[in-house]
Structure formats: structure tokens, C-alpha cells
Design a protein around this ligand. Sequence first.
Ligand SMILES: [Zn+2]
Length: 478
Amino acid sequence: MARSSAVTPVITTLGLLAVACGGSTPPRPEPAPVAKSTAIVGATLWDGTGRAPVPNAVTLVRNDRILCAGAAGECIVPAGSRVIDARGRYLIPGLIDSHVHLLFITRGSAGEELGLDLRDLLAQGITTVRDMGTDPAGLLSRVRSLHAAPRVHAMQLVAGRRFFFNGFHGTPTARGTIYRQPPAMAMQQLGWNPIQFDPESDAEAVVAQAREAGAMGLKLYAQLDSGSVRRLTQAAHRAGMPVWGHAWVQPASVMEQVTGSQDGVVHAAGLAGELFTVEDRDTLVRDGDLQAATAAVATVGAAHDPRVLAALDSMARKGTMFEPTLDAVRHSVASYDAKLRHIPSLQEEYVRSASRFGMEVTREAVRRGVSISAGSDHVAYGPASDRATLFGELRLLVDSIGLSPTAALLAATRDAARAIGGQPGRQVGTIQKGRYADLVLLAKNPLDDIGNLEYVELVMVGGKVWRPGQLRSGIAMR
Ligand SMILES: [Zn+2]
């Protein structure tokens, strides 16, 4: 496939461009050189902390950090600063996509997809992403060599024995028995690196291995019981690492994940797990069986089932975060809608019911005070039309779930930073003194219409300025 290679990386290192301020030669030994500041002046500032937008604001950046952000009188622009005239514009924190999958190895190579995809994400104003499980070590080493990219954090995938060895379970069909390979094998073929955890495994060792690979937390994927969830979570928390997981992780239910102090759950449709009996949860561990059972129970009405609501209420009470990943499901539904010849399949039935149920579950979650992170489940691989985006997720949160644009933006800034957690999460997500200078300047007000996030004029990552036109590869148009 032809790819545009005519993208020229142009960086402006702000500190270097500032004009040196004058002053006579000091009589004493010279003090350390004062780093030059950049002042973004005149924009309406929405800082993501929850305070009202500040008109005609001044935001000061020095090196890679925010020095001051507020009304004109609050932040004094040092002489010699580089000034960016932002009158009539809107300044928001750099966006965070807390759920992406970036590294895909085909024929032994990651190709150029990863670098081009990260440039596109940056062009959309996304300055931090969290990879929810590929190969942390392989991903992070590749990202280090890239010039233009958001901050990348990686989670380590963990799953139970049956994910790795399913005994090549056969499903009888009219054409004979179909044998599926273990799910882990498909992942490993893409270069992903899931770690196996069994009830008798050493949780500390798994955490140490994840850490060694550069992961900042664990992503629990499948085939884990409630005891395993609890032990992994405790071990990770002792190491200061967050633990997220699929809603549900067969056989552990969302309620058990919450009770086990997991930090967040992903995929709204997975709340269907709460609708199964304990015995069903123990036996519905194979993909085909699970999809059929989910398609059967996940009706719109079931989203209001007391067992689903109890899980959501416990999430709200314990502060367990929720990533519905609605745009990814919307893409799957759209691909079925676009098919000319329509042969009904279990997979399609599953996708359609998961979509309707997931939407309704997300509405209930919002109503019941569950904290939302707008992670999209974006993949840096395959046709652009199949890739979920943070922009698409935010649109759905506003248009279909009923969040205000402000609430949706919080789910991609302040609250997404909380989802990322740990030290990395405390340095991004809001425009506040001491945080990274990760900023987006927009031509139109996103609080009026979340669609205005399309009008990115400038993206700053750690003080470096990028213009979308410098970054777009043309692959991932939304
Ligand atoms: Zn995912």
C-alpha cells in the first residue's frame, strides 16, 4: 500500500526560540541560565480542573512544564518570553486516550504503521496514550526512537491457563468439528506478550516481570477467578501499579473485580457477565459459548437488571473507573451494516446485542455516578475505517449517552489521567503549575460542541509545538 512519506518533522523547541532578555554582566559568578518562557496569551482557558473557563487567559510554559495558568493578572509574562497570540482561541489540556493497542507485528516487522499512527494521534490533540496490552518492552523501545509521538504508557496483559491451553476445544458443526486455537496463540502471532497466571502462581513474580518489561500496570484479560484477581491486584498495588481488566474476566464477575479492588474495568458490554449464574460463569469460558450466551442475555432491558445495577453501584462507591469503549463496538456494527451480502452469524448477533446493551449500561453507569474514562480501544493497525478513535468515543458519550461536552472532555483529560494512575497520571490531564506542558489550542469552543475538537490549531507536548499539518500521514482520517 502506498503511504505518504512527505511528512516533514518540524519541531519548535520553545525555550530556544525565546529572545534572550537583556541585563548587565553580573559582578558575581554567573547564576544558572534562566530558561526562557513561552506565554500563550488571550485564549479562553479550560484547564480541566473543574473551574469555569477563564477568558483572555495567560498560560506560561517553561521547558517541558506549566509555570502558571490563569487570568491575565494572575500570570505575569517574563520579559523576553516567546508570545503565542491565542486571542479568539480555546486552550485545553492535551487529550488522553486511555485505551489503545499500538504494536502489531506482521511478517516479523511492525512496519511504519506505529510511527504514522502516533503522528495522527498527536495531530488530533492526543498527547498521552495508554497501551492496554501488546508487548510493553517491544512497544516502548520502538516509541523511544520516534520523533513525534504522544507520551506512551503500557500495561501488561495477564490471563489464566485456559487462555493459553484450551485443549483445542472442538465445536461440532454441520461440516464437522471446528477446532479453535487458544486465544493466546493469536495474540502471540501478532507479537503480543501475555503473561500466564494460575491460582498457584506467584503474583509478585508476575508484577516483577511486568515491571521489568516497562509496564506501568496490569491489564487482566481473561480466564481469571476472583482469588487470582485479588492476589494480582494486591501485589500490583504494593508495587504502586494500577490494575485494570475486562468486564468480566471469566469466571470472575465485575462485582468480584470491584471487591478485589481492581482500579478500572473496560467494555460496557461485559457487564453481561453479571447476568450469569456462578455455575454458568465457571463454564462459559470458551469464546463461542460465551458469545452465544451473551447474545441471548444482553438485551436493552437487561441493562437495568438488579445484578448489573449492583455492580455499577459498587463501582461508584469504590471509585472503580469505567471505560465503555462504545466507538469500537460502533465500528463493528457499522461493518456489518455495510456488508452487501448478509449471512446471519453468531458473531454479528453478539456484536449487535453487545452494542445496544453496552449503550444502556453506560447510561446507567453515568446516572449512578460511575467515573468514566473515554478510552477508545483504538488500534494502530488495519484499515483506517475500522479504527475506533477518541474523537468518536467523545461524540458518542455526548450524543448517545447524554454527557455534556464538559463532562466528556473531563473523561479525556482529568479523569483519564486518574485512569492512567501513578506518577505518570499525576503529571498530565489538567493545565496546572508543575504539570507537563501538554496543551491543545482549538479554533472553536469544544464546550459548545464536542465536534469542535476537530479544529486543532496547535498541539504542545512537553513544551514542543506541533501543527496538525506537519503530522498527518493521511492514513487515519476520521
Ligand atoms: Zn482493548
